[in-house]
Design a protein. Structure first.
Length: 215
C-alpha cells in the first residue's frame, strides 16, 4: 500500500476516534509546492482550510530546517490558533520514505477552545490567592488559510522581533528581521523575495546578501 493511502487510513481513524473538533491534515511535500501542499483534510471547518490550500508556518519552518540540517523531530502537543481565535492542541509528524527523504506531513489540530473555557471556570472556583500562576512560554502560532497570508504574518512578526518600525530600522535591524524570515522558511514561498524586499525598501540583491551575512 502506498504511503499516502496509509496516511489517509490513519487520518480517517483519528477523525472517527476524536470527532468533529479534530482536524487531520496531510501535506504532500514530494508532489506539491508549499502553496498547495494539502492533499487530504478531514474536519477542515476547524481551521477553515481545504484540499489544495497551502502550508502552515509549522510546515514551512520544518521544510527550512530539513533543507538546512537534514533532520526533523516530530512536534507533539503544542498550541496553535486560528485566525478567528480558536485555540488548538496540535501535533505534527514528519513522514519519510525508505530513502529517508521527507515526503509527507501529518498534522493533528484539536479544537480545545471550549475545554479551556471550562478549565478557566473551574480554576476560578478552586484558585487560592497565594498560589503561583503559571505563565505560558509563548503564544500559540496562527494557522493560516494560504501562504500569502502566512507571509504577511511572518513579516509582521519579524518587525515585532526587531521592535523598530521599518522606516527607522538600521541595516543591522533589517538583517535581523530578514534572517528571522529566512529561518522561518518564508523564502520557500514563491516570489516572497520580491514582497519582502519591497516591504523593507531594499533590492533583492541586498535582501539575499543580508541572508548570506549570518550563514
Amino acid at each position: 500500500m502506498a504511503y499516502l493511502d496509509i496516511l489517509r487510513q490513519i487520518a480517517d481513524g483519528l477523525a472517527a476516534q476524536f470527532g468533529e473538533n479534530c482536524e487531520i491534515v496531510i501535506h504532500d511535500l514530494h508532489e506539491r509546492s508549499p502553496e498547495n501542499s494539502i492533499v487530504y483534510i478531514i474536519n477542515g471547518h476547524v481551521t477553515g482550510r481545504k484540499t489544495g490550500d497551502g502550508s502552515s508556518g509549522a510546515v514551512l519552518n520544518a521544510l527550512k530546517h530539513y533543507e538546512k540540517h537534514g533532520t526533523l523531530t516530530d512536534r507533539l502537543a503544542y498550541l496553535t490558533k486560528t485566525d478567528n481565535g480558536k485555540i488548538l492542541k496540535s501535533s505534527t509528524l514528519y513522514i519519510k520514505d525508505e530513502t529517508e527523504t521527507l515526503r509527507y506531513i501529518l498534522s493533528i489540530n484539536y479544537d480545545i477552545t471550549s475545554l479551556l473555557a471550562i478549565e478557566t471556570s473551574i480554576h476560578s472556583l478552586i484558585a487560592c490567592h497565594d498560589r503561583d500562576e503559571e505563565k505560558p512560554d509563548s503564544s500559540p502560532k496562527t494557522i493560516t488559510h494560504d501562504v500569502n497570508q502566512l507571509l504577511d504574518e511572518l513579516i509582521e512578526e519579524s518587525v515585532r522581533l526587531v521592535g523598530v518600525p521599518v522606516p527607522l530600522m538600521s541595516k543591522e535591524d533589517k538583517i535581523k528581521a530578514i534572517n528571522f524570515l529566512n529561518d522561518a522558511g518564508a523564502f520557500l514561498i514563491t516570489k516572497s523575495g520580491d514582497k519582502v524586499a519591497k516591504y523593507f525598501g531594499i533590492s533583492k540583491y541586498t535582501l539575499y546578501s543580508y541572508v548570506d551575512i549570518n550563514k
